[in-house]
Design a protein around this ligand. Structure first.
Ligand code: SF4
Ligand code: SF4
Length: 222
């Protein structure tokens, strides 16, 4: 899922300075699952915003709402008109939701309420780890299912580098070297031959380095 975390309160107070009426808009997708932008977080941010403004002696009207998703036009329909009633809509969705509102709802000023961080998995309650970088050209069939793009500090296609020591990455002794993990996994699976073949230089265009990406499924087009 997409992992996000709420922006610092001071930053949100700063971006809403002088505003009299805002909508805090949550999303029940990934950001709800990672406890950054669902119903509960909308309520917490709204209260903090009211309190922050009260403490500085300024009034603000804060309304709260949560959509099923902010990355799907059918759910944004009501916002096209109602959004104009607010000085701003603070989107608690990931950056996709904020962008999509900006694209779809002309006249609506949308602000990001969270920092979108990575695609990750939930390790345990309150702990998430990056697992994929959306590179558009997956190589997990060659690496025992472990991602060298997102999980190697240098995104090496052929590793490990010379900084790998005792199974740890040179950036931090607490960070496992994923290439050590790939080696161990492929050895265990008896797929060591994958390690002997040099992976060619990666074409980063599918990763977004060639401009914004788009996917079209002709069979689903209406
Ligand atoms: S190789 Fe690319 S698509 Fe596959 S998990 Fe890694 S970043 Fe994601
Ligand atoms: S030590 Fe391992 S994880 Fe760290 S940069 Fe080198 S190959 Fe990548």
């Amino acid at each position: 899922m997409i992992i996000a975390e709420r922006k610092p309160m001071q930053e949100i107070l700063g971006m809403t300075a002088g505003m009299k009426k805002v909508l805090v808009l949550g999303c029940r997708g990934c950001v709800a699952v990672c406890s950054a932008g669902g119903d509960k977080e909308v309520s917490i941010l709204s209260s903090a915003l009211r309190l922050g403004r009260k403490m500085s002696g300024e009034k603000i009207e804060v309304l709260e709402e949560t959509y099923v998703r902010q990355c799907d036009p059918e759910y944004l329909e009501p916002l096209r008109e109602s959004g104009k009633d607010y000085d701003a809509v603070i989107s608690m969705a990931c950056g996709v939701g904020v962008n999509f509102i900006a694209d779809c709802c002309r006249g609506v000023r949308v602000l990001p309420g969270v920092n979108t961080t990575f695609y990750g998995a939930n390790l345990s309650s309150g702990e998430w780890k990056e697992m994929c970088a959306g590179c558009g050209s997956c190589v997990l069939h060659l690496t025992g299912g472990l991602c060298p793009v997102a999980r190697c500090a240098k995104s090496l296609s052929n590793g490990p580098c010379g900084g790998s020591v005792g199974g740890k990455c040179e950036i931090n002794p607490d960070v496992p070297c994923v290439w050590q993990g790939i080696y161990d996994k492929l050895t265990y699976l008896r797929q060591e031959q994958n390690l002997r073949e040099i992976t060619p230089i990666r074409d980063w265009r599918p990763a977004g380095h060639g401009g914004p990406r788009r996917r079209i499924r002709e069979d689903l087009l209406s």
